[in-house]
Design a protein around this ligand. Structure first.
Ligand code: BDR
Ligand code: CA
Length: 311
């Protein structure tokens, strides 16, 4: 049985690797990919999404453009991490596959209404603007979603864009708040786990050794953004954040976490976008997410490399 998913994304080199992992995995039926503004503005994230689909040999994939700005705030981008294009590193050709006419939010709503209830999983890899807009506009879809598995937030690692907040949540905290309060079963891949999924030298060389266009591109993506993370954290490599979402769908046994309450700070200027995670169970607030804390990093990279080699 394949699992139907919609990937919502702001590529981003790590988003690109996540999309490639999904498209390489026969267990997943990617119904469509929706782009959102985040790492770079929307015209670039939708373009980058199409470049990645063509790299994967999937020009037939349905790609939709969504929200160009957060619900209530000005867009904050991250060219300082991902480069001017959002996908700096390999020189990928301009895509020829079309962008779909439909708005991403309409695609999400229509798909959830058309598919059997409980059969579609949402995989957000960027700010949650498209997902929250869909929930605002069509509250009936909440009970039709199988699960949301998202990359965002942090508890022990606290913040990467401010001292308190992780980028995806910080960019649109109001959207994240709506998603966290939706009642949908949620799995969160925070920095606590993604900072353990580091691209070491041998792991990047394993991508390169695949010897295909995809393997080479993935090695060049990591070569590019590694520099930033290694200088910032002094770590031996860079975290491959977003592929953790897809890897969880394929091999949940690689991950461990706790089912806890997670709330989003939307008021304080100082801690805006913080994921206030009740890891230690010190409140009586109801659990609303499985918050992942650890992974088998070798198992994760083995899975990723094996799957990428299929493309
Ligand atoms: C998240 O922010 C983006 O820069 C990455 O693509 C990832 O989704 C990590 O904080
Ligand atoms: Ca992302």
């Amino acid at each position: 049985m394949t699992r139907k998913i919609i990937i919502d994304t702001d590529p981003g080199q790590d988003d690109a690797v996540a999309i490639l992992l999904a498209l390489a995995s026969p267990e997943l039926d990617v119904l469509g990919i929706t782009a959102v503004a985040g790492n770079v503005p929307l015209p670039l994230t939708e373009l980058n999404t199409r470049k990645i689909c063509e790299l994967a040999g999937r020009p037939d994939m349905l790609v939709f453009a969504g929200c160009a700005a957060p619900l209530k705030r000005k867009l904050v981008t991250a060219e300082y991490v991902h480069g001017r294009t959002g996908l700096d590193g390999p020189d990928l050709p301009e895509p020829t596959m079309p962008l779909q006419d439909k708005h991403a939010v309409d695609f999400i709503i229509d798909t959830l209404r058309a598919e059997p209830a409980g059969s579609v999983t949402l995989c957000p890899l960027g700010p949650l603007t498209n997902i929250a807009t869909a929930l605002n506009r069509a509250p009936d879809i909440a009970e039709r979603v199988c699960q949301i598995v998202l990359m965002g937030g942090a508890y022990f690692e606290v913040g990467n864009v401010t001292p308190a907040a992780e980028f995806n949540i910080y960019v649109d905290p109001e959207a994240a708040d709506i998603v966290m309060k939706s009642g949908i079963p949620i799995v969160i891949m925070p920095l606590d786990v993604t900072h353990k999924a580091l691209t070491t030298g041998p792991r990047v060389e394993a991508f390169r050794a695949i010897g295909s266009a995809v393997g080479t591109a993935v090695a060049e993506f990591t070569d590019f953004f590694e520099r930033f993370d290694m200088a910032k954290y002094g770590s031996e490599g860079a975290p491959l954040h977003d592929p953790c979402v897809i890897a969880y769908l394929l091999a949940p046994e690689l991950f461990t976490g706790r089912t806890i309450n997670v709330e989003i700070e939307t008021a304080s200027e100082l801690t805006l976008g913080m994921t206030v995670a009740d890891w230690w169970g010190v409140t009586d607030r109801a659990a609303n997410a499985l918050f992942i804390g650890d992974l088998d990093a070798d198992g994760f990279y083995k899975l990723l490399t094996q799957r990428l080699a299929r493309l």
